[in-house]
Ligand binder design. Structure first.
Ligand SMILES: NC(=O)c1ccc[n+]([C@@H]2O[C@H](COP(=O)([O-])OP(=O)(O)OC[C@H]3O[C@@H](n4cnc5c(N)ncnc54)[C@H](OP(=O)(O)O)[C@@H]3O)[C@@H](O)[C@H]2O)c1
Length: 375
């Protein structure tokens, strides 16, 4: 896993179009490969070849902006932009305009999707439009296998459904969304037993991972990874994985830093994506939850840099060499959340942020599935 910096130009046309949640989601209330850099697939010593400036392939040219971006090199050799657009709780009617604006106007080159967000068809419509103006290979797209599709013979079908919905031929990254399996029952993505707990299914992570690996051989996905994996789950997975996970996507922000898990993943050449990097303010259900965006230490650091608290949180994430995927559907926040490459947090500031650790999870399955997943 290596970190690369890059600026690339985009020709942006102002004439371009701009600007159901499930029970699971309800419960949660409670260039990808810029051609200027080519890498070998060597796990430890990527060969970096520098070339010229990437020109994107928009049909109409009216203005040229330069968007800075940084990339993490996955063990597969793929380059993953360190900022991506999250799409959980982006309503179907709102997600399309946000995706178009993010990719065509604001320089995003990375989308984080999931079948359980119930908005992949709307994202697919936006992507069909976007990829008539820019190249598919310039955007890194992640999606996730839901827990009711862990049975090996359902994995390929689930991946193909996501590809169909997103109108793509391949995914850059496909993640096992959670490290547990639930029964498939009439398409219900949140099956419950009489005790209201999740109805688990007896499928090992190994069975599912082997089916995930097969997706790469079928050419449906470029890299496979996991989400919400703890270190014991990863250690077990690594004991049999023929293809190692490229990424572990976990909740990370100053109130839940998981520094030891981050370091463990990075030492194993598994890149770490920070989900809910802003503390998932759209998911807050209880008045007693701390709001990381309102933390006075973060506000103070933001004021010192002339930045917003959200930008400090995202800068903190990428200075930890993690990948941040903030979700927004608002144009002004799309712009702000990617404008984080023009300042640096000092060691003193990072130390102050480290002191904010509270081990507070905003996304905790105990609250909706009744499973002590992280205990
Ligand atoms: N693997 C997993 O299990 C998992 C779990 C959770 C999330 N994720 C992924 O991670 C992404 C991000 O996490 P998240 O959606 O939980 O939370 P988040 O990105 O931390 O926060 C999103 C919320 O913050 C607001 N927001 C965005 N930019 C802002 C800014 N600059 N200032 C103030 N508020 C701002 C958004 O509202 P507006 O939209 O109104 O701007 C939204 O309510 C998800 O969308 C999803 O793709 C994965």
């Amino acid at each position: 896993m290596r970190w690369l910096q890059n600026s690339f130009s985009c020709n942006v046309s102002f004439s371009s179009e701009t600007s159901s949640r499930s029970r699971y989601n309800d419960c949660h209330r409670s260039p990808a490969t810029p051609p200027i850099i080519a890498l070998s697939s060597s796990r430890t010593i990527p060969r970096i070849v520098r070339g010229g400036t990437l020109k994107s392939s928009f049909a109409t040219i009216s203005t040229i902006f330069t968007y800075p971006m940084e990339y993490i090199t996955l063990h597969t050799g793929a380059l993953m932009p360190v900022v991506g657009l999250g799409t959980w709780q982006a309503a179907p009617a709102e997600v399309g305009p946000a995706v178009r604006a993010a990719l065509l106007e604001h320089g995003y080159r990375h989308l984080d999707c999931a079948s359980v967000y119930h908005n992949e068809p709307e994202i697919g419509l936006a992507l069909r439009d976007v990829f008539s103006r820019m190249k598919r290979q310039d955007v890194f797209i992640t999606s996730k296998l839901w827990i009711t599709a862990h049975q090996p013979d359902r994995v390929v079908a689930a991946c193909k459904k996501t590809l169909h919905d997103l109108q793509l031929e391949y995914l850059d990254l496909y993640l096992m969304h959670w490290g547990l399996a639930a029964v498939e029952r009439d398409g219900d993505d949140d099956p419950r037993g009489s005790d209201n707990r999740l109805l688990r299914e007896s499928i090992s992570l190994r069975q599912t991972w082997e089916a995930m690996q097969a997706l790469t051989r079928l050419g449906l996905v470029r890299s496979v990874g996991v989400a919400n994996f703890t270190s014991p789950m990863l250690i077990d997975l690594l004991s049999y994985a023929a293809i190692r996970p490229a990424v572990n996507q976990i909740e990370l922000h100053p109130y839940l830093q998981q520094s030891r898990l981050v370091e463990f993943c990075q030492s194993e050449n598994i890149a770490v994506t920070a989900y809910s990097p802003l503390g998932s303010p759209g998911s807050l259900t209880r008045a007693d939850q701390p709001v990381v965006l309102q933390d006075p230490v973060i506000s103070g650091i933001a004021a010192a840099h002339g930045k917003t608290p959200a930008q400090v949180l995202l800068r903190w994430a990428i200075q930890r060499q993690t990948i941040a995927i903030p979700k927004t559907i608002r144009p002004e926040r799309l712009a702000a959340n990617i404008a984080i490459f023009d300042f640096t947090l000092s060691a003193t500031e990072r130390s102050a942020l480290a002191g904010l650790e509270r081990r507070h999870r905003y996304v905790d399955p105990w609250e909706w599935w009744g499973i002590p997943y992280f205990d």
